[in-house]
Design a protein. Structure first.
Length: 139
């Protein structure tokens, strides 16, 4: 009985890994956000990481349909610079990196996923949750 349970758990995990791999990579998708009071829906090409449920867009993806694993980072920041009394620390990190934070939803092929992104000067962007994972505190 215990062997059957172990095999079942293994198969479930393997299925999840295969499913995640199929849904990861550079995809043509949709992003929506509010511009003042108007909802904007854009077709966009972005890297989708189904394990982290995050998106990012870099030139390689937009031009060649290739995702890059080596996204920018680590970003060296001080704790005191990131701490906020109100608002999102992730939005503060984006601001410190000269980005523009934005609430978004993106289409994963089945559902609209609520998220946020940091848009950089060159037009690339990164999911704010993934961005904060790349912060290394230096104090």
């Amino acid at each position: 009985m215990k062997t059957i349970q172990i095999i079942f758990i293994f198969l479930v995990l393997l299925t999840q890994i295969v499913f995640a791999a199929e849904k990861s990579g550079c995809i043509d998708g949709k992003i929506k956000y509010l511009d003042k009071i108007k909802e904007i829906v854009l077709q966009d090409r972005y890297c989708y990481d189904s394990l982290l449920r995050s998106i990012s867009s870099v030139k390689k993806c937009a031009e060649n349909k290739e995702c890059t694993i080596n996204l920018p980072g680590p970003f060296l920041l001080k704790h005191k610079d990131v701490q906020v009394k109100s608002g999102s620390p992730g939005f503060r990190v984006c601001d410190l990196l000269n980005g523009i934070p934005q609430f978004i939803e993106y289409w994963d092929g089945e559902f609209w996923i609520k998220s946020s992104r940091c848009i950089f000067n060159d037009g690339s962007y990164m999911d704010i949750a993934a961005l904060t994972l790349k912060v290394k505190y230096v104090d």
